[in-house]
Write a protein that binds this ligand. Structure first.
Ligand code: 5GP
Length: 120
């Protein structure tokens, strides 16, 4: 499937929708999740157009991949999360529960986050 240019994160990257920027560099943009699931819930997205993590790794350059991953760590460091810790997660496709078809890393923090998966 092709990348959907009209997904909400693509519109944010094009400046068509206002974004409360937490961090931005040439590779990535970070902003608070609109529906936070933890005291700190930030989304970090690459500026590269990829629907998900495997497409990003397959199609982006090593520089773009490294730049994005470093941006995720930089966001966490700038938010002062290194000492107490945090969780990063990326949903992929239907079984992953992905809603927005532009790669994004969820960064959760601010409390003990509990089990990795809901035990339903
Ligand atoms: P996914 O389920 O695709 O992994 O996560 C998508 C995330 O994007 C959800 O946590 C949702 O709350 C967040 N989200 C969806 N639309 C918007 C928006 O317009 N602004 C922001 N800041 N977050 C959004």
């Amino acid at each position: 499937m092709a990348y959907d240019e009209n997904n909400i994160f693509a519109k944010m990257l094009r400046g068509e929708i206002p974004v409360k920027k937490i961090y931005e560099d040439e590779y990535a943009l970070a902003f608070p999740d609109i529906n936070p699931q933890a005291p700190v819930h930030v989304l970090v997205i690459p500026k590269f157009k990829a629907r998900n993590f495997p497409e990003f790794v397959q199609n982006a350059t090593n520089e773009q991949i490294a730049g994005f991953m470093k941006a995720v760590a930089t966001v966490a460091a700038q938010l002062g999360l290194q000492e107490d810790g945090y969780r990063i997660l990326s949903n992929i496709g239907k079984n992953g529960g992905q809603e927005v078809p532009h790669l994004h890393i969820h960064l959760f923090a601010g409390k003990v986050l509990g089990p990795m998966l809901c035990k339903k």
